[in-house]
Design a protein around this ligand. Structure first.
Ligand SMILES: Cc1cc2nc3c(=O)[nH]c(=O)nc-3n(C[C@H](O)[C@H](O)[C@H](O)COP(=O)(O)OP(=O)(O)OC[C@H]3O[C@@H](n4cnc5c(N)ncnc54)[C@H](O)[C@@H]3O)c2cc1C
Length: 481
């Protein structure tokens, strides 16, 4: 949909990793490109920026490693921005050591739900239904999360496990869930067998795509790619973002932060210019050749004056970050992080930074609890910092992650209202409708990348693969003309 013109700037909305990496890619393809990026925050980086406290302590937005895209155009850029020696690079079974708190127990061997603690009778029901289900046809093409889960596991497991789980996490009936729930919450497998039995069963593709291996550190080399996970050797993803920002600026790209509002000025089929007003009241008008929008379809529609009043979409859980430092290591073994799926908890995920960045524990052991207060029927904005801290500490104790002998040395609560997308079919339909209305405007110099630019785009590897393919198409076409 992009048509590039020779006059005007390439304007990128959003200076998160998508906006910044996109700017570098455009510069690779067209070194003369005149690019401006703008962002409402006071610093670039988006969700990959770190919180920095007055005492110098640093925390990320919960767990945020960078997983490679398995696309050299993207992955080589990470190493160009920051030398290989400045990254921790985790491969194979070290790439993602994740666990789960499920049925009152911390699983440090896998983040897939382990059904082996159910009764013998229940397990027989699960297994019989699961095996018969393997014969069933392939997944239909609709968006239903329940349909996808049924095709993976059969009705018995979905009713006993996934129905309460989706309810507990999202406060949503499983019938309302989009198939994206499976990807967003890593529900694609369950555990039914011991490692020995699984070694045998994993010869089958059908089984391997449904059943998890219950010993992640000894998972056989079945992976189809050599994807790695990257984290700066210095603690804080901000160290990567700072290098990324400076690489972007060195290539002559301008970054405008602290943007208060914007308006687009369009002719029949183009966005001609954008007016940007800063929080300090200063305003700029920029002529646009191409607009790359990385901040979501609803914002795009709003900026183009598309009516969305009849499109109903619901917000996902609000996230509160409880950033804590203890005097000794939390009881999490080697886990980088684990999810909490049990009802009765606000915690969605707990991260032990030291396990993937040893420098994190230079002065105590930093831990982040990502709280979703909605899981307990609480409104995040109504909770004081003291209440959030008490919730996080109580839940860590109940999960056995800390004991009475752990001393809290530092705490900070971040409750600014950011959310997790609600993976409902109504939301997917809403985004599709908004996209359609934007396309109907016939604007031909705008492209949308970033979270939910296409169905299921949420994690950075997929987002950057999509963004780079959009850019490739645009700038290869431009260079050809
Ligand atoms: C709660 C949560 C947890 C996550 N956990 C993980 C995880 O564990 N692993 C993982 O791989 N991914 C995770 N993700 C997804 C990951 O954060 C995204 O893939 C990644 O941040 C996408 O980068 P982005 O640049 O597209 O968006 P963002 O990082 O969101 O950056 C968008 C930028 O746009 C700016 N912006 C927004 N609106 C406007 C506006 N109107 N005007 C100007 N600027 C604006 C923002 O300030 C921000 O700087 C998580 C996401 C969330 C929300």
């Amino acid at each position: 949909m992009i048509e590039t013109a020779t006059k005007g700037k390439i304007v990128i909305a959003g200076a998160g990793v998508t906006g910044l990496m996109s700017a570098l890619r455009i510069k690779q393809l067209d070194p003369g490109a005149n690019i401006v990026i703008f962002d409402k925050a006071d610093r670039p980086g988006g969700m990959y920026q770190s919180f920095v406290y007055p005492n110098g302590r640093v925390f990320d937005h919960g767990m945020h490693l960078i997983y490679e895209s398995c696309n050299p155009d993207v992955d080589d850029l990470y190493r160009e921005v920051m030398d290989e020696q400045d990254w921790h690079i985790y491969a194979k079974n070290e790439k993602d050591i994740a666990g789960l708190f499920f049925r009152g127990r911390l699983q440090d061997y896998s983040h897939y739900v382990d059904l082996r603690s159910f009764s013998e009778t229940e397990k027989k029901r699960f297994l019989g239904d699961f095996m018969f289900n393997l014969e069933a046809g392939s997944v239909d093409s609709r968006r239903s999360g329940r349909q996808l889960l049924l095709s993976q596991f059969g009705n018995e497991i979905v009713e006993a496990v996934h129905r309460p789980l989706v309810q507990s996490l999202y406060g949503m009936n499983i019938e309302e869930a989009d198939r994206f729930v499976v990807k967003e919450t890593a529900l694609e497998r369950v555990i039914l067998f011991s490692p020995d039995t699984m070694l045998d069963l994993m010869q089958s593709d059908k089984i391997r795509s449904r059943l998890g291996f219950p010993d992640q550190m000894n998972l056989p080399p079945y992976r189809t790619n050599d994807q790695k996970a990257l984290y700066p050797k210095r603690f804080g993803m901000k160290h990567f973002i700072e290098r990324l920002e400076s690489a972007v600026k060195q290539r002559g790209v301008e970054i405008l932060t602290n943007i208060a509002s914007l308006s687009l000025h369009c002719s029949d089929d183009r966005v001609d210019s954008i007016s940007i007003v800063g929080k300090d009241g200063d305003s700029r008008e920029l002529a646009i050749s191409t607009l790359l929008w990385t901040i979501g379809w609803p914002g795009m529609a709003h900026a183009l004056g598309v009516n969305m009043s009849d499109v109903s979409m619901s917000n996902g859980p609000k996230v509160v970050y409880a950033n804590l430092v203890f005097d000794k290591s939390p009881e999490m073994g080697r886990l980088y992080y684990f999810y909490c799926y049990d009802p009765g908890f606000a915690a969605f995920r707990v991260t032990n930074y030291t396990n993937y960045c040893p420098a994190a524990s230079a002065d105590g052991f930093p831990v982040c609890v990502e709280l979703w207060p909605s899981r307990l029927g609480l409104e995040a904005s109504q909770l004081s910092d003291e209440q959030c801290l008490a919730l996080a500490m109580d839940e860590l104790r109940r999960m056995g992650v800390i004991t009475d002998s752990h001393k809290l040395e530092f705490s900070a609560i971040e409750n600014k209202g950011g959310g997790f997308p609600l993976p409902s079919m109504a939301n997917t339909d809403g985004i599709r409708e908004i996209k359609k209305r934007v396309f109907d405007k016939g604007i031909n110099n705008v492209e949308v990348a970033g979270i939910m630019a296409e169905d299921d785009l949420f994690f950075i590897p997929d987002i950057l693969n999509h963004a780079f393919s959009v850019i490739e198409k645009t700038f290869t076409e431009k260079n050809r003309t």
